[in-house]
Write a protein that binds this ligand. Structure first.
Ligand code: PLP
Ligand code: SF4
Length: 378
């Protein structure tokens, strides 16, 4: 099947192109709309069925980054539904990280001692085909209710060990500013919470959402950290750079979480380029994620050895500011585990033998006096 017979509408930047609400309203949601936007789309096999199962949404802005509507295009691969998503190998689960089992109150995931994550909405500007929360994102576009937010705030007050609260989703920056503010406000009023974090892909897929109004609101809630999600140099544009610039100017510390995706970015020079460009737009690479074994994203997974190899290639060749931690979020709620190339060759009572990024073997002399088994957290 192909789209060739459809009438072509030339791409035209609408008058309201820079209005984020216009972008949200004009997202590509159906195969017919995708065909109208990309008349050259040659193979639509299985797209309809896939989009029924895992919703599609592509902002006109993000669609404008697609050069050719086929699998050779990284942006297209991350945005357009494909037949591969319907493959259901037995070892994949909809929720392998068992997040749903770690919810003490609805909408809040508690896995680590001092941190908790709020799922503020199930809506995103663009539904990533590789999404780890494919089981929820976009299934039914909904937002956290006022009652649920109250219960979350009450739970946080009863758990003063939580110092860092991550507002995630879905994508919280798709919320109206006032609604996002209500959430940040409720969390900020809990005295034991030190740090607020927001996880968002908006600077990548809907940069015009980062308005002066939004930044003015956010700057009232410092210390506020935002982690965004750039995966490919093609996503770095003057618009995305300007959005990050506005956030940084509002005092927000910016990090980035890249997902390692087969055929999209599993390449050391490409990632080196991405990470350097991120630093240039004031975003510090934070995590490189091993792709989770989630149902519907098998075709994006690479072996862990590939990620290790890439990290080995980056280390020493790139400013350490540009190098994220490579982590795997383990099945059964085991949490994130950092993966590093094997640096320790051997240990003895006098020396630890190490291997550097060029393969050189060096011995580090250990101190003569040791402190035995004293716990670091006494
Ligand atoms: C990733 C994650 C966090 C934050 O972990 P950091 O390593 O501090 O970035 C917190 N809660 C949940 C459930 C997470 O998945
Ligand atoms: S923006 Fe995040 S939550 Fe939304 S679809 Fe992409 S990866 Fe999933």
């Amino acid at each position: 099947m192909s789209c060739k017979k459809m009438r072509s509408i030339p791409e035209r930047r609408a008058e309201r192109w820079n209005d984020w609400r216009w972008q949200m309203r004009h997202r590509i949601r159906t195969l017919a709309q995708l065909c109208r936007r990309f008349p050259a789309l040659a193979d639509t096999t299985g797209m309809e069925a896939t989009a029924q199962r895992y919703p599609m949404a592509i902002t006109p802005y993000y669609a404008s980054l697609i050069r050719t509507p086929d699998a050779s295009d990284p942006v297209f691969q991350m945005a357009a539904p494909g037949l591969d998503e319907l493959a259901d190998p037995l070892w994949l689960a909809p929720d392998p990280l068992e997040e749903d089992a770690d919810m003490p109150v609805p909408g809040l995931i508690h896995r680590y001692e001092d941190r908790a994550l709020i799922m503020a909405t199930t809506t995103c500007a663009m539904y990533c085909r590789h999404c780890t929360r494919k089981r929820v994102a976009g299934r039914r576009e909904s937002v956290l209710s006022v009652a649920a937010l109250k219960r979350i705030a009450a739970w946080l007050r009863e758990h003063p060990e939580i110092r860092d609260v991550i507002v995630s989703g879905g994508d919280p920056l798709t919320l109206p500013t006032a609604m996002l503010q209500r959430i940040l406000d409720a969390v900020r009023r809990v005295p034991s919470v030190d740090i607020l974090r927001v996880g968002t892909r908006v600077p990548v897929v809907l940069p015009m959402r980062v308005t002066d109004e939004l930044c003015a609101m956010l700057r009232q809630y410092h210390p506020l950290y935002i982690n965004t999600h750039f995966n490919h140099p093609a996503e770095i544009t003057p618009d995305s750079a300007a959005a990050c610039e506005r956030l940084a100017d509002a005092g927000v510390a910016l990090g980035n979480q890249t997902v390692l995706l087969r055929g999209v970015n599993d390449d050391a020079p490409l990632l080196a380029d991405l990470f350097r460009r991120l630093l240039r737009q004031r975003v510090r690479p934070y995590y490189l994620f091993q792709c989770d074994p989630v149902r519907g994203i098998e075709h994006f997974r690479t072996p862990i050895a590939r990620g290790i190899e890439i990290m080995e290639c980056l280390r020493g060749r790139l400013s350490s500011l540009a190098i994220p931690n490579y982590v795997v979020d383990t099945p059964h709620g085991g949490g994130k585990i950092p993966l590093t190339p094997h640096a320790i060759v051997s240990t003895s009572s006098t020396h630890t033998v190490l291997r550097n990024f060029e393969g050189m073997i060096v011995a580090y002399p250990e101190p003569v006096r040791r402190d035995g088994g004293k716990s670091l957290f006494e």
